[in-house]
Design a protein around this ligand. Structure first.
Ligand SMILES: Nc1nc2c(ncn2[C@@H]2O[C@H](COP(=O)(O)OP(=O)(O)OP(=O)(O)O)[C@@H](O)[C@H]2O)c(=O)[nH]1
Ligand SMILES: [Mg+2]
Length: 367
């Protein structure tokens, strides 16, 4: 369910965003039985949607008997609780859904710590809504300490836990720093793959490096970064990293929690931006990735763009048509190469482009 603000500057319209939310829900293991949206000046502070739409959703619940309602924007604790009470099902938002998928995908210690941190940070401000009503009922819940409410105890526990997670992550980060500085001394260039989730980053990474990163037709199949040493045809040695994909409305809380993973991008000498050129929203996805990169202060990193999955483009489409697809993406500050990570078409050209973009004496690895 989504609210489309009337004068939004966001170029994503709710239909596209909702289709994506549906894919996220499927990835998380839910079955989508209905999709609803509403145009409003801005989402309602009480129920997210307006009264009329809310009645429709209640009626829909009675007829379809769904047991989970997912909203496309972050909900306040108040909105979430009001919706749950009215609709009679569990209600979650886009952030909680993404966190759920991340939790499923995290496999390394670093990944798990980061997801847990993001989940706890998400939970903390939302506890109020959960406990307020119990407080109003007056005490009596076993775990309360003297003169202390359940809410305060819970918040303190969660804050303590957040503190521990941050400390653990700091340790992981220090290990990484040591590893990084060793790598720096080796003078080997680092290329990081970036791109919208499901663009084909891992497939391309595997094709280039003969690695075996899991590739799946679902969102966020990669979470933890993987780095491999690669030798380019011209003899250049470099390191390439495949990592988590981006998505539209990626909450800042998640970006903050994934600081350790995303620091790899700051370390990179070059970003290889992979775009699924066959996706109906390719241009918007490209723009979203660019704006997340610039929010992260990475707008000045050199970029080579790979327009991927050209094998899926209808036979007979000429090179000029495909190039104009690149132009539609407004590729101003970067160069692009048409590739297929599956058939490997364009990969040699892509690697040449990467080598010349790096083009630094210390990137040759010859010493
Ligand atoms: N036809 C075709 N399919 C591709 C190509 N590259 C990737 N795919 C498919 O696209 C889907 C996503 O590929 P991944 O490599 O997992 O994408 P990703 O960007 O790593 O995605 P996340 O890790 O989820 O962010 C998979 O089903 C791949 O098989 C390509 O060049 N051609
Ligand atoms: Mg991947």
């Amino acid at each position: 369910m989504a609210v489309q603000p009337q004068r939004s500057r966001d170029e994503w319209v709710s239909a596209d965003s909702l289709a994506e939310l549906g894919r996220l829900a499927k990835t998380a293991g839910a079955e989508v039985v209905g999709v609803e949206s509403q145009r409003m000046t801005r989402p309602s502070g009480t129920h997210y949607v307006g009264r009329g739409k809310l009645d429709e959703i209640v009626a829909l619940q009675a007829s379809l008997d769904f047991n989970l309602l997912i909203c496309d924007d972050e909900l306040s604790p108040r909105q979430q609780r009001a919706l749950e009470e009215k609709v009679g099902t569990r209600v979650i938002d886009r952030t909680a859904l993404i966190l759920d998928i991340f939790a499923k995908q995290a496999s390394t210690r670093e990944g798990k710590l980061q997801v847990e941190l993001a989940q706890h940070r998400y939970l903390l401000p939302r506890l109020i809504g959960r406990w307020e009503h119990l407080e109003r009922l007056g005490g009596g819940i076993g775990t309360r300490g003297p003169g202390e409410s359940q809410l305060e105890t819970d918040r303190r526990l969660i804050r303590q836990h957040i503190g521990r997670l941050e400390a653990d992550l700091e340790t992981v980060r220090r290990h990484r720093d040591v590893y990084r500085s060793r790598r720096r001394k080796g003078g080997v260039a680092l290329v990081a793959l970036v791109g919208y989730t499901n663009a084909g980053k891992s497939t391309l990474f595997n094709a280039i490096s003969n690695a075996e990163v899991e590739v799946e037709d679902k969102l966020f199949s990669t979470l933890d970064p993987v780095t491999r040493r690669i030798r380019l045809p011209d003899g250049t040695n470099l390191l390439m990293t495949d990592t988590v994909g981006f998505i539209h409305k990626l909450p800042p809380s998640i970006i903050a929690a994934f600081r350790t993973t995303l620091e790899e991008l700051h370390e990179a000498d070059l970003l290889l931006h992979v775009v699924d050129i066959t996706h109906a929203d390719a241009a918007k996805q490209h723009g979203t990735v660019e704006s997340i990169l610039s929010d992260m202060g990475l707008q000045d990193k050199p970029v080579v763009t790979a327009l991927n999955k050209v094998d899926l483009v209808e036979q007979g489409v000429s090179d000029t048509d495909l190039s104009s697809a690149g132009e539609r993406l407004n590729l101003t500050r970067s160069d692009f190469v048409l590739v297929s990570a599956v058939t490997r078409v364009g990969i040699p050209t892509l690697l040449e482009r990467v080598a010349s973009a790096l083009g630094r004496p210390d990137a040759t690895g010859a010493v």
